[in-house]
Write a new protein. Structure first.
Length: 162
């Protein structure tokens, strides 16, 4: 009887461990997200400092759940595409957001600081990160050159391609 009881307890514990691993595995498992950031070809060169690049899990309120991908990155637009990679939890994501902390443009050979409007951008995008695999999302940035030259202001337009 004592032996049967131990076998029963052991099988109960094994079942419990299996159930818990199934329930909590999505929050433990990760994949790699690569963001390929590029700009369309334009004549005015813009240098900008992006910060707090984050991804938002689908199905959650926009007020929480954001996962930080990249703390800061300097970009020169247009320029060679920049690949930003980060380990991220497995799941479906519906938004990306980032801040533009600083921007300047080369206008008539001089580096001119730019006003940034808006400073934080949120973009709708739908992608899924699978365990131990790589997911790529292309981010294409564009801006109004005339507004940079005329008003000294940067207004970014963002397109994503999962």
């Amino acid at each position: 009887m004592d032996k049967r009881m131990k076998v029963g307890q052991a099988s109960s514990i094994a079942i419990l461990i299996i159930l818990l691993s199934i329930i909590f595995s999505p929050s433990i498992l990760t994949g790699t997200l690569t963001l390929d950031v590029a700009a369309e070809e334009q004549s005015v060169e813009v240098k900008l400092l992006m910060a707090d690049l984050e991804a938002h899990p689908a199905g959650l309120s926009e007020f929480y759940g954001w996962e930080k991908l990249v703390k800061e990155v300097e970009l020169t637009l247009p320029g060679a595409p920049k690949a930003l990679s980060s380990s991220i939890h497995v799941g479906r994501y519906d938004k990306l957001r980032f801040k533009v902390l600083n921007a300047s443009a080369v206008v008539n050979g001089s580096l001119v600081p730019l006003k940034i409007e808006p400073k934080e951008l949120t973009v709708n995008v739908d992608f899924r990160v699978k365990p131990f695999s790589k997911t790529s999302v292309a981010i294409k940035l564009s801006y109004d050159e005339e507004r940079i030259i005329k008003d000294g202001a940067l207004s970014l337009t963002v397109e994503t391609f999962p």
